[in-house]
Design a protein around this ligand. Structure first.
Ligand SMILES: C[S@@+](CC[C@H](N)C(=O)[O-])C[C@H]1O[C@@H](n2cnc3c(N)ncnc32)[C@H](O)[C@@H]1O
Length: 199
């Protein structure tokens, strides 16, 4: 039995049933808390399967940083980046690194309906050498003004909503991609935490 209201429970179920398990994001040393927060909120809005991150300081995503949005997405801190890439590639993910470079393709040329990891770089240095080494696709969002780059959280939103558009067109938001046991386990956790945090 769940102690949350039926409406709240329905909302939690809908989130888990539309979650895009095979669309994931990696923040490769994104530094500013403001950007971390904005990225987490867009990942929540598009309902990505998981958000990986590493940081100069081992920060824990918390309410102060994300205004609570991190609670509804699966997050994981990356300790060993080489192992992380080897593992995700062995699961069949394409690694799509966002980059400001000549050796890139337009971000709309990628098929995001495949299992995909989108990589976002640091505000000053961009994506790390290791991320570039593992890239299957290097993508750019075309820039026509004076600025050389977008804010990293804006770049994330632009790319994720292209992925969302492609996946919605393919009906990928219409059927669950998470295993039923994960949906059930997460529902119990969320419902429990919801009650605990209210009291
Ligand atoms: C401010 S930019 C980094 C600028 C850095 N000087 C460089 O040359 O990579 C921060 C991050 O935002 C993303 N980004 C910003 N504008 C982008 C664009 N036009 N195309 C692709 N990615 C972009 C990338 O993830 C980038 O690593």
């Amino acid at each position: 039995m769940y102690l949350v209201t039926p409406e709240r429970l329905e909302k939690m179920k809908r989130i888990l049933q539309t979650r895009q398990n095979t669309l994931r994001v990696f923040m490769d040393y994104v530094y500013s808390h403001h950007n971390l927060s904005a990225i987490v909120r867009t990942c929540d809005a598009v309902n990505v399967g998981k958000l990986y991150y590493r940081h100069q300081k081992k920060v824990k995503l918390n309410n102060e940083i994300t205004m609570g949005a991190h609670k509804w997405i699966f997050t994981e801190y990356v300790e060993d980046i080489e192992k992380f890439y080897q593992n995700i590639k062995s699961k069949g993910y394409q690694v799509v690194v966002t980059l400001l470079d000549k050796d890139t393709i337009d971000f709309r040329e990628v098929d995001y309906t495949k299992p995909t990891l989108i990589v976002l770089g640091n505000e000053v240095d961009g994506a790390s050498e290791v991320s570039i080494k593992y890239a299957d696709k290097k993508v750019i969002i075309p820039m026509y003004g004076m600025s050389q780059s977008l804010n990293v959280s804006v770049a994330n939103a632009v790319i994720l909503y292209e992925a969302q558009r492609q996946r919605a067109a393919k009906g990928m938001y219409d059927k669950p991609s998470l295993p039923p046991e994960i949906i059930e386990k997460t529902l119990r956790k969320w419902a429990y935490e919801d009650i605990i945090n209210k009291n």
